[in-house]
Design a protein around this ligand. Structure first.
Ligand SMILES: Cc1cc2nc3c(=O)[nH]c(=O)nc-3n(C[C@H](O)[C@H](O)[C@H](O)COP(=O)(O)OP(=O)(O)OC[C@H]3O[C@@H](n4cnc5c(N)ncnc54)[C@H](O)[C@@H]3O)c2cc1C
Length: 307
């Protein structure tokens, strides 16, 4: 019987585990992929207090993982396929078995939004990517689709090891912060194609052309792009199909400010939660609050008096 069962080993889940393990609670994290979640696959971590110069997603996450290990948090590389959240004993189901605990913190993050254009699925992993985590450099035809902070930051990173990077964005200006747009303007090998919507990716074994539409006049254009790499940053969406009994809005889990979901002993933290700002700072904060709330719930429900 665990005290705290955390679904998702991103920064929200790991922050929650640090707060619960340090309060003497038996804590387990379930993570289907790599620990660290989305930020672990990002080229550079920006704007979070305390990061080191040139901090990569991997180096940032490694320090947090070490911190959780030193506290004795149990980490299971298992995908959660079901939950039972009612009653005092919660269940988390994975392919390895059924785990029981007093509380559950859902910190399962978001998944990348797909564009659904022809060729996207065919080339996923072989020319089409949703992060730069596995990118080892090289390639002359690099396209970044999107204009958010994440998209523009990754375009800057990709431009360091490629001849040329083209940002394709469907709006009339980039949506990223000034720091990043200024850097794009200064970087000689990045071009920005605005008002352009990606319509398709063509090729047989490898990508050899990109099709897009000019949003101003509706004209479509096919540009040759031999062996191109297309990095798509078209936003993220929640997958809360496992958590139907919870109150959801637009697919996000609704909580109060103690991260309480409305089902006793069940909390949510990080990007999966309905909120306005999704950053490391808010994910880490949610995780901390969720665990402190879980501890208060356990103390009142089970009268264990853990310090
Ligand atoms: C390109 C990009 C760049 C960014 N750069 C910055 C930045 O520089 N600074 C900043 O502050 N923020 C940045 N952000 C935002 C920040 O990364 C996120 O807000 C934060 O990492 C979210 O953390 P999380 O733990 O809530 O979710 P996630 O990191 O998504 O973690 C959730 C984890 O849950 C796991 N999971 C999901 N379902 C299951 C299941 N059923 N069973 C087991 N495990 C499961 C997933 O595999 C995942 O690892 C960036 C985001 C993007 C997309």
């Amino acid at each position: 019987m665990y005290d705290v069962m955390i679904i998702g080993g991103g920064v929200a889940g790991m922050s929650a585990s640090i707060y619960s393990a340090s309060r003497g609670l038996e804590t387990i994290i379930f993570e289907s992929g790599a620990l660290g979640g989305v930020i672990g696959r990002v080229s550079t971590v920006s704007h979070y207090a305390g990061i080191i110069s040139g901090e990569t997603g991997a180096s940032f996450v490694n320090r947090i993982v070490r911190q959780t290990e030193e506290l004795g948090v149990k980490l299971r590389r298992e995908t959660v396929s079901g939950v039972s959240l009612d009653g005092p004993v919660k269940k988390v189901i994975t392919s390895a078995g059924v785990y029981e605990g007093k509380t559950v913190i859902i910190a399962s993050g978001l998944i990348p939004r797909k564009l659904g254009v022809p060729g996207e699925e065919k080339f996923t992993g072989n020319g089409v990517y949703y992060d730069t985590g596995e990118y080892a450099g090289g390639g002359n035809n690099i396209f970044v689709v999107g204009g958010s902070d994440g998209a523009v930051k990754e375009a800057l990173f990709l431009s360091q090891s490629s001849k040329h990077v083209e940002i394709i964005h469907w709006e009339e200006k980039l949506g990223s912060i000034r720091e990043f747009t200024d850097k794009v303007a200064d970087r000689g090998n990045i071009s920005v194609r605005l008002n352009a919507r990606l319509l398709g990716i063509k090729g047989t074994d490898r990508i050899d052309a990109i099709v897009f539409r000019d949003e101003r006049d509706g004209r479509t254009e096919e540009i040759p792009a031999t062996d191109a790499r297309v990095f798509i940053f078209a936003g993220s969406i929640p997958d809360t199909s496992l958590y139907k009994p919870l109150v959801l809005k637009d697919g996000y889990i609704v909580t109060d400010e103690s991260m309480y979901s409305g089902i006793p002993g069940v909390f949510a933290a990080g990007d999966i939660r309905l909120k306005k700002i999704r950053q490391i700072a808010t994910a880490v904060s949610d995780g901390a609050v969720a665990s402190i709330s879980a501890k208060a719930y356990i103390d009142s429900m089970f009268k264990k008096g853990i310090n």
